[in-house]
Write a protein of this length. Structure first.
Length: 199
């Protein structure tokens, strides 16, 4: 009987864990960890583009395309920043959606019926699908950046582009962030499944 009540200790612990994880994923992962990764890896240094442009213009083979080569790298870095930030906040937002949904289900349905199980069953699948899509997208951008860097004359290469896109899948900074993303996403999905089974 206790397992089917709104105030079941196990359910309350699961609900508290859901809210705690949502807050931790937003503050620790999306804001602090991802923010630091973007600042250290994906944000060009002040004046870096101007220096690369001048160096490219000093090389006859590079000079005619100097502006385009620099703009191409800046655009790729900007889009990668947007994707990384969006991916991290997607994990956090879905965690909050799970916490809010579970709270409402327990208050409104009071543990009765299959509605709550169906909703949370759909939600954890959405989280898993989002994780897969966003991970592939981030991997694709890193690969695209590596390909772009390989075809960019050395004189026109930005230091930030080299740091991020030269061997992107063995770089410690990239791997550190991706490990955080995968761990946070798996934890979010696992927690939603636990909540789904507890209803």
């Amino acid at each position: 009987m206790a397992d089917h009540s709104t105030g079941s200790p196990r359910r309350l612990w699961h609900l508290a864990g859901s809210w705690s994880f949502a807050i931790v994923s937003a503050v620790i992962f999306a804001w602090l960890t991802t923010g630091a990764y973007i600042r250290q890896m994906l944000l060009p240094l002040t004046g870096e583009a101007d220096i690369a442009r001048r160096e490219c213009q000093s090389v006859p083979a590079c000079a005619p395309d100097a502006a385009d080569l620099i703009d191409q790298q800046l655009s790729l870095l900007r889009h990668t920043r947007i994707l990384v930030l969006g991916s991290a906040w997607t994990v956090a937002i879905l965690a909050f959606v799970t916490a809010v949904t579970t709270t409402l289900l327990l208050l409104l349905l009071r543990g009765r019926g299959d509605t709550g199980r169906r909703i949370l069953g759909l939600l954890w699948k959405i989280q898993a699908a989002c994780t897969a899509v966003l991970l592939v997208a981030q991997g694709t951008f890193l690969h695209r950046g590596a390909s772009t860097l390989a075809t960019t004359p050395e004189a026109a290469r930005l230091f930030t582009s080299i740091k991020v896109f030269d061997s992107p899948f063995t770089d410690a900074g990239n791997l550190y962030y991706l490990a955080w993303f995968i761990a946070a996403s798996i934890a979010a999905t696992a927690l939603t499944r636990i909540l789904h089974r507890s209803l």
